[in-house]
Design a protein around this ligand. Structure first.
Ligand SMILES: O=P(O)(O)OC[C@@H](O)[C@@H](O)c1c[nH]c2ccccc12
Length: 393
């Protein structure tokens, strides 16, 4: 807390947050950072300011580049601080230590714990950061936006869940196409994503969730695209670790109808910003929470219609389905009913009793992977999970 308070002065020195002049740093050249979005994909306009305050565009590249490096690093640190102030433990970027000649806040210099992720979720996010930068170099946003014109139309994800819930009297099923996970290893060797998706659809799934992360879940955007192109009618959730708005456009261009936003990773401002973009793109957002604090943060954001309660802690892999029940008790349950928000019970659901338990707690939908993807006939897996045939036929 103290550290946060002492960071306020330099925090305000950032032009993107406040226009107050920088007072606490030595007189390094001042950089104007125009912040395009909360994921800090800023574009940088570098100007050197002379001591009398007059601005001149930098002619010598080197010092400006160095200052930019320092600024970029500082922004990363500030971003981690903002997230931490919202209870987010995941740091967006590895604390690499300050660049050479760094003269900024002492606290920042101390915060270099070495670039080792503290848990698997943090590792995934850092990896994703590098991955997305490379993706963006290969395909800048303008090019992705062009692809949107040819993308198949976005379908009504929430509508499909509500309809299934009304049709069966059971939670609408989002069936997950997942080959592997860091907690469970390989779930299915003979993995044909399209075949699995078709079996799920036939078995009565309302929607599908398709893992697109390659490194940790052995998924891909090719899988998502192939399922969409094969004519599967269930709306598709792109199951990805989203940290940058570019990924939303990309997911839509590949045929996604919905995306996952993880509250343990994204600060409120990012969630708000991404929800807005998704609305423009026609994408549904499933915002995932794991504890009371995350749930309260998300309930405070306008326009959220679908919230997932993940029974698995993504930092520790601990699984406990009573989390869904705990979070829906009392005042929070009341708010979601008043706001007509659909709650999705996620992870660790294996039996009809598990389904009944989370339904009793108040969920109208469930997200299930392991228990059904492992079955030789995943469609039959769905009947086993619900204790009855829920297919349309
Ligand atoms: O396989 P399970 O235990 O049925 O869980 C499915 C789904 O909830 C899980 O894959 C998941 C939930 N949230 C995530 C975020 C990222 C990756 C994976 C997930």
């Amino acid at each position: 807390m103290e550290a946060l308070a002492s960071l306020k002065a330099p925090f305000q020195a950032l032009p993107s947050f406040s226009s107050s002049p920088r007072t606490s740093f030595p007189p390094t050249p001042r950089i104007h950072i125009s912040r395009r979005n909360p994921s800090f994909n800023f574009s940088v306009r570098a100007q050197m300011e002379s001591s009398d305050g007059s601005a001149a565009t930098a002619t010598s590249i080197e010092p400006v580049e160095e200052v930019l490096k320092i600024k970029e690093w500082e922004v990363g640190m500030f971003q981690n601080e903002v997230a931490a102030s919202q209870g987010i433990r995941i740091r967006r970027r590895p604390p690499t230590g300050p660049p050479l000649h760094y003269v900024g806040p002492f606290e920042f210099r101390l915060q270099n714990e070495g670039n080792t992720p503290r848990n698997i979720l943090e590792e995934i996010v850092w990896n994703k950061d590098v991955e997305v930068s490379k993706f963006k170099e290969r395909k800048p946003l303008v090019a992705v936006k062009k692809d949107l014109d040819n993308a198949p139309p976005a379908r009504d994800f929430i509508g499909a869940l509500r309809a299934a819930n009304e049709r069966t009297g059971l939670p609408g099923l989002i069936a997950e196409v997942k080959k592997a996970s860091p907690s469970r290893g390989i779930l299915r060797e003979d993995f044909d994503p399209v075949e699995i998706a078709q079996a799920y659809e036939k078995g009565g799934a309302a929607c599908l969730s398709v893992l697109t992360d390659e490194k940790y879940f052995k998924g891909s955007f090719e899988n998502l695209e192939a399922i969409r192109k094969a004519g599967v009618k269930c709306p598709l959730l792109c199951k990805e670790f989203i940290i940058d708005a570019w990924q939303l456009y990309y997911a839509r261009s590949k045929g996604a109808d919905a995306v996952l936003l993880i509250a343990a990773v994204l600060p409120d401002l990012d969630i708000k910003y991404m929800v807005k973009i998704c609305k423009l793109l026609g994408l549904t957002t499933l915002v995932e929470v794991h504890d009371e604090r995350e749930f309260d943060r998300v309930l405070g954001i306008e326009g959220i219609e679908l919230i997932g309660i993940n029974n698995r802690n993504l930092e520790t892999f601990e699984l406990d389905i009573s989390i869904t029940k705990k979070l829906l008790e009392g005042e929070r349950g009341k708010i979601i009913r008043e706001k007509n928000i659909i709650i999705v019970g996620e992870s660790g659901l294996f039996t009809p009793d598990d389904i009944a338990y989370v339904q009793e707690a108040g969920v109208k939908a469930v997200l299930v992977g392991e228990s059904i993807v492992k079955q030789s006939d995943p469609g039959k897996g769905i009947s086993n999970l619900f204790g009855k045939d829920i297919s349309q036929s």
